[in-house]
Design a protein around this ligand. Sequence first.
Ligand code: NAP
Length: 248
Amino acid sequence: MSNLVLVTGSSRGIGAASAIRLASEGYNVCINYIHDAVAAQEVVKQIQLTGQKALAVQADVSEEKQVIMLFERMDEYFGRVYGLVNNAGILFKQMRVEEMSAERINAVLTTNVTSAFLCAREAIKRMSLDRGGAGGVIVNVSSAAARIGSAGEYVDYAASKGAIDTMTIGLANEVAEQGIRVNAVRPGFIYTDMHRAGGEPGRVDRLKGSLPMQRGGSVDEVAAAVSWLMSEESSYTTGSFIEVSGGR
Ligand code: NAP
């Protein structure tokens, strides 16, 4: 069976940590990024040190043609894909809904939601038992924001993660008979560069006191949940969510 996993948006943050963790569990990993080729190559190097194969492919996963190209590159380089981690995601500067432009809202939705559908579509074509595949696993990176709503910060982003949650349930039901499991993780306040994009690099430290565990989370704590959902240890789990959010 193939042991290839694609992690979208894996040049940095949660994606990079998940890719490195999965490689340490014995998977070959396709690294995907949009801008930061140097960081992506650094992740490739770290994976190669574990003895696994890795390839970095630049592709904007919100663009259909680029997603098709990404999967074709993987087919050529590695063969059939086994796992997909839909991790690529963005948010923009904190603001109230009444200030948001259509351009911003659409960018958030296409990058966070359309990308997950397109990558899932291409993965399912290769994984489905009916299409000659051997089954597979999809792990979506949602957010605690889907439950909380992110009022005053980025309701557009929170809503995109609500869509990912619904997609996780529907798709899990749709492809279970094809040997494909679909689950999601919902990280809370995790130390990554993403908060800088929201205009508040120190956001995790500002908010951590509101959590039962009184601290932010690490990318490795999220990667551990992704890794469990990818593994055979979770073989009877589909359409489920793991909260990695310090108790809230
Ligand atoms: P991050 O540090 O900002 O990294 C984002 C990654 O996504 C980078 O590798 C970036 O590539 C890539 N990317 C962005 N747009 C892309 C596109 N259109 N196509 C391909 N790749 C793209 O973010 P993070 O904090 O690790 O977040 C990862 C996921 O976790 C996201 O889905 C986010 O919503 C979710 N999450 C994060 C937190 C948190 O507190 N950090 C909490 C809950 C959920 P480049 O390096 O090339 O720019």
